[in-house]
Design a protein around this ligand. Structure first.
Ligand code: SD4
Length: 307
């Protein structure tokens, strides 16, 4: 039997994002439209330092964004290292719909966005700039994963540090049984200019197969790319694992490959099977995800973890 519509997303900031997605899903809208609308909430939120506007810059002061979108029928689009556009997810969808390509990067992605009529603006907020200057003073010149950045943020006395802010990955199934997913981030704070994470890489930060389900990830993108994480989760579900078992196996594979047991790293996976079943698993304690359906719009769950 087909379950009703449902949308899930990473972290507690997924709650308002899910609500925006639900405004379309609830009345019978398409999963693809819902996820595109939902992730635009954190993209436009200045107080969120790991997605879109207000995101922390790279070590040279550029805010560069990564985003991808995928439909259950296999269509997908993405942009990586794009600057000056508040809603990279909308550009990703245009890449999917009006070009023969899947992924546009950097200057070329910005040029395409301009041609498509997107408005440009400076994405570096005074607050993010202040954090960048403070980081430069410490002169470590070392990128920090967003999941570790919380304490750092708090130590600077900046607001927002108490929350688990990171990439938003969102997966939805609509009332017609169609699946879609979206993923968007400003990536790792203080990263090298040009660094691309997992979020815009189809199969790493996001993967959706309408016959099976979808998966998305958050945390240190390099580890997710190395292990083709979201594709792995979906393939494991195809082979019969539950969404929970699939997320756990993908996390354990990352941990197993690290000589230090990934004690310092955070990676979390979130999966939605086509029947609406949800799973999540992370390396570190503290990963949360939000679930929204006809029964309840703003539930947040703590994911189980290795540590
Ligand atoms: C990335 N998964 O770009 C994203 C977000 C991040 O620490 O930086 N997490 O790797």
């Amino acid at each position: 039997a087909r379950a009703g519509a449902r949308v899930v997303s990473t972290w507690d900031f997924g709650v308002p994002a899910n609500r925006a997605a639900w405004a379309l899903l609830g009345p019978g809208g398409k999963a693809l439209d819902a996820v595109e609308a939902g992730v635009q909430i954190p993209e436009a939120d200045r107080a969120n330092h790991s997605v879109g506007l207000g995101g922390y810059p790279d070590r040279d002061g550029h805010v560069t964004l990564d985003a991808s979108i995928m439909d259950g029928d296999g269509r997908c689009g993405a942009v990586a290292c794009i600057e000056r556009i508040v809603h990279p997810i909308r550009v990703a969808r245009r890449v999917m719909e009006v070009t023969p390509h899947v992924l546009l990067v950097g200057e070329g992605a910005l040029q395409f966005a301009r041609e498509q009529g997107f408005h440009e603006q400076d994405l570096l907020t005074p607050e993010a700039e202040k954090a960048w200057h403070a980081w430069m003073k410490e002169a470590k010149y070392r990128p920090v994963p967003n999941s570790e950045n919380r304490d750092y943020h708090q130590s600077l006395g900046l607001p927002g540090g108490k929350h688990n802010h990171d990439t938003i990955g969102m997966l939805a199934v609509d009332a017609h049984g169609h699946l879609a997913g979206a993923c968007t981030t400003s990536g790792m704070a203080w990263k090298l200019h040009g660094r691309v994470g997992d979020s815009p890489i189809i199969g790493a930060g996001l993967y959706v197969d309408g016959e099976v389900g979808g998966a998305t990830s958050t945390g240190v993108g390099e580890e997710v790319i190395r292990n083709a994480g979201s594709f792995l989760v979906v393939e494991l579900m195809r082979q019969g694992r539950s969404p929970q078992e699939a997320c756990e196996e993908a996390v354990r594979r990352i941990v197993k490959k690290r000589p230090d047991g990934a004690k310092e790293l955070q990676v979390g996976f979130l999966a939605l099977r086509r029947d609406g079943a949800v799973g999540a698993f992370a390396i570190q304690h503290g990963f949360t995800y939000a679930v929204c359906d006809a029964d309840s719009q703003d539930r947040v769950f703590g994911s189980p973890s290795v540590y």
